[in-house]
Design a protein around this ligand. Structure first.
Ligand code: MG
Length: 310
C-alpha cells in the first residue's frame, strides 16, 4: 500500500521532530528524511510530498492526515492524497452517511463500560434530528429512556458491555483507561464496518491523540483505520450522538438491574455517595461483591477498605 500527499509547511517540522531519532543514513535523492519501520517506510521529499509505503501505511498516514485536519482544517482523501473541497468538518459530515462510536461508564465506579457504534445513513438523518438527538450530552436520563428505544428500532448499531468482572480481571499496569477505550471502540467499529462496508466515513469522539489510539491497537488483529477523530463529535455527527444515547441507555438499564438486585440505589460517578453505597454493599454481601459490580482500580477502593477496616 502506498499513500502520498502534500504536507503543509507547518506540519513538516512536526514530522521531522517526530521521526528524527529514526532517520536512515542513506536517504533517497531529493528527500528530507526517510524512516523504515517494520510495517511502513515513511519518506518526506523536498517538494513537500510525503510517501508512506507498506502494510501499516494507512495507520501512519492517518495520523498526519489528522494533524492536517486539526491544525489546518484540511481534509485529505487517504486514497487519492487530494484535498476534499468542503473543508468545514461540521458541514462535511452533516449530510452524509456515517459510522460513529461513543462510550459511557469510564468515570463511574459502579456499573460496566458500554461502547456503541451506529450507522446513520443519509436517509435517517432527518429521523434523528426530529427526535432531538443533537447535543446528546444535554439530554436528560428520562429523555434517553424515551428516545433510545426508537433509535434502536431504526438505526443499525453494535453495543459491547465490558463487565466489571472482566474489567477487574484484565486491569494491570500495562492497561489504562484510554487503551481500554481504544480496544472497545475498535471492537464495535469493526463489527459495524463489516455490517456496512460501503460506509467510509467513520468518526470517533476523540479521547486520545490519534497516534496514541493506533498504538494502543498494536496487538489487535482487526483494526479499523481511516477514522476521523473529532472532539465534541457527539454534537457534530449524528452517528456519534446516536451511539452516545444508546450507550447511555444500556448503561442506565444495567444500573437499574443492579439497584433492583441489591435493593439499594446505585449512584453514578465516583464521589462520596458512591463510597457510602459501596460500604453498605460490602457490609451486606462482602467486599468480594464489589469485584462484580465496580471498577476496583479506582481510588474509591482504598477509601472503602479503610472504612471497612476501622
Ligand atoms: Mg465520548
Amino acid at each position: 500500500m502506498t499513500i502520498v500527499f502534500k504536507v503543509s509547511d507547518n506540519i513538516k517540522p512536526l514530522m521531522i521532530d517526530f521521526y528524527q531519532d529514526r532517520f536512515v543514513e542513506n536517504k533517497p535523492p531529493y528527500s528530507v528524511f526517510q524512516v523504515k519501520d517494520i510495517d511502513c517506510v515513511t519518506t518526506l521529499y523536498e517538494s513537500g510530498k510525503v510517501m508512506f509505503q507498506g502494510i501499516g501505511a494507512d495507520i501512519e498516514a492517518s495520523y498526519w492526515i489528522e494533524e492536517e485536519r486539526i491544525k489546518n482544517n484540511r481534509l485529505i482523501d487517504i486514497k487519492t492524497g487530494k484535498d476534499k473541497k468542503d473543508t468545514k468538518e461540521s458541514n462535511y459530515f452533516l449530510n452524509m452517511s456515517t459510522i460513529g462510536s461513543d462510550e459511557v461508564g469510564t468515570g463511574d465506579f459502579f456499573g460496566p463500560i458500554v461502547v456503541t457504534a451506529t450507522y446513520v445513513s443519509k436517509e435517517n438523518i432527518s429521523f434523528l434530528t426530529e427526535l432531538g438527538v443533537r447535543d446528546s450530552k444535554k439530554i436528560t436520563d428520562d429523555k434517553i429512556k424515551k428516545i433510545a428505544p426508537e433509535i434502536i428500532k431504526k438505526i443499525p448499531y453494535t453495543t459491547f458491555i465490558l463487565t466489571n468482572e472482566m474489567y477487574n480481571k484484565n486491569w494491570n499496569n500495562d492497561l489504562n483507561m484510554n487503551k481500554i477505550k481504544a480496544i472497545l471502540h475498535n471492537k464495535v467499529l469493526y463489527a459495524m464496518t463489516n455490517k456496512e462496508p460501503s460506509c467510509k466515513k467513520i468518526v470517533v469522539d476523540q479521547f486520545v491523540y490519534p497516534k496514541k489510539y493506533y498504538e494502543y491497537l498494536k496487538d489487535t488483529p482487526n483494526k479499523v483505520t481511516n477514522i476521523t477523530f473529532m472532539t465534541k463529535a457527539e454534537d457534530k455527527v449524528l452517528s456519534v450522538a446516536a451511539a452516545s444515547i444508546i450507550s447511555r441507555y444500556v448503561f442506565l438499564k444495567e444500573m437499574y438491574k443492579l439497584s433492583q438486585e441489591l435493593n439499594i440505589e446505585i449512584p453514578k460517578g465516583a464521589g462520596a455517595n458512591v463510597d457510602e453505597t459501596a460500604i453498605k454493599i460490602a457490609k451486606t454481601y462482602g467486599f468480594q461483591k464489589l469485584n462484580e459490580i465496580a471498577k476496583l482500580n479506582f481510588k474509591n477502593k482504598d477509601k472503602i477498605l479503610e472504612e471497612l477496616n476501622k
